[in-house]
Design a protein around this ligand. Structure first.
Ligand SMILES: *Cc1c(COP(=O)(O)O)cnc(C)c1O
Length: 353
């Protein structure tokens, strides 16, 4: 070992889903939105004066903060914008999880939480999901240095009713509770309505899924002004110009177009409900998903085998290995046409097994 190697931070990184290249393929592996971003966003970027790119972008991202505050009916001092919710959550771990007590998150959840905890050397414990993949609120009533969970959960799609979410927040008023609502727009009521009641609640959302802008990297957090100030203080101690100008310009237009947003999220949830019926007919079982994906296993054919067969057909879904996950596929909801291609292939393939 070379002497400097003793000083290298060693981490096991998060493994993102494949981003295969090619136009023919059907990409149902990273929960992207199959529909284009809001038309106003495209127009705004075409008309943007590129001379503006000479200058640094607004470090406060105030244009986006303002439209989001208005959209969600909160103050501008209650919104923090970051480079995707991954950036917002990473910053939140750094800002809020500084206790010697363990941070709590479910054993089966967004696998990045563990990576950030390790990166920042934050102790953590991972209470087990129930047999039906639901989070058990009582497991989050022990001593802790903070709590984070997605709602709906990933990669299961299971949505926790708001009264149970509130139960967890209420039981943990000595610590910050982060609700990661990456998929909430496909699900049910958001915890945003609880911000006014609980000053320890931070709700994180993203433009990557329901707003069809994964490529722009926009995420945001909403919470009590004291939490938002703490996040900004850490951000300005790290990198002030995080959000690039094109993302700000297009993000603002996306928020302004409520009608388009409701139209595409409505289409995706309708396609998801039809997909549940078709997958059941094909012999799959799955927890009831309220997200834009379904976490399914087949009654007789191993998930790994289906995954490989789909890949050969240029249909990409996500396969996870690991305890309780390795016989399931996470299938993102595409357009009706993409889903039909998937089902037609599965019908043929499973029929031959
Ligand atoms: C997709 C996802 C994110 C990250 O989204 P970005 O905004 O694209 O960084 C965060 N949490 C969960 C649970 C997700 O599924």
């Amino acid at each position: 070992m070379r002497p400097w190697e003793a000083n290298v931070r060693r981490v096991v990184p998060y493994v993102p889903g494949d981003q295969p290249k090619g136009s023919k393929l059907i990409k149902l592996n990273t929960n992207e939105n199959p529909y284009p971003p809001a038309p106003g966003a495209e127009r705004a970027i075409r008309e943007m004066d590129t001379d503006r790119l000479r200058k640094y972008p607004d470090p406060t991202v105030s244009d986006l903060v303002e439209v989001l505050a208005e959209y969600y009916g909160v103050g501008t001092d209650q919104v923090f914008v970051g480079v995707g919710s991954d950036d917002v959550i990473a910053m939140s771990f750094l800002t809020f999880f500084n206790s010697p007590k363990p941070v709590l998150f479910p054993d089966i959840t967004y696998s990045f939480y563990k990576v950030w905890a390790d990166l920042y050397r934050i102790p953590y414990e991972t209470p087990k999901l129930d047999g039906d993949f639901s989070i058990i609120p009582r497991d989050y009533k022990r001593e802790n240095g903070g709590v984070i969970f997605p709602n709906p959960n990933a990669p299961t799609g299971v949505y926790m009713p708001l009264d149970q979410v509130e139960d967890i927040i209420k039981a943990n008023q000595d610590a910050v509770v982060i609700v990661d609502e990456a998929y909430i727009d496909f699900a049910g009521p958001s915890a945003l309505g609880l911000i006014g009641t609980y000053d320890n609640l931070l709700v994180v959302q993203t433009f990557s899924k329901s707003r069809s802008m994964a490529g722009l990297r926009i995420g945001f957090a909403v919470g009590n002004p004291a939490l938002i100030k703490a996040l900004n203080d850490v951000k300005y101690s790290y990198n002030s110009y995080t959000m690039n100008l094109p993302s700000i310009v297009m993000g603002v237009e996306s928020v302004k177009d409520r009608e388009y947003f409701e139209d595409i999220t409505g289409k995706i949830t309708a396609t998801r409900e039809r997909a549940k019926i078709r997958l059941r007919e094909l012999g799959f079982t799955f927890p009831d998903s309220k997200a834009n994906f379904i976490f399914a296993s087949h009654k007789s054919v191993p998930a790994a085998q289906i995954f490989e067969a789909l890949k050969k057909e240029q249909i990409y879904v996500r396969y996870f290995d690991g305890e309780r996950l390795d016989n399931s596929l996470r299938i993102s909801i595409g357009t009706d046409e993409e889903m039909e291609t998937l089902f037609a292939f599965l019908e043929r393939f499973l029929g031959e097994q």
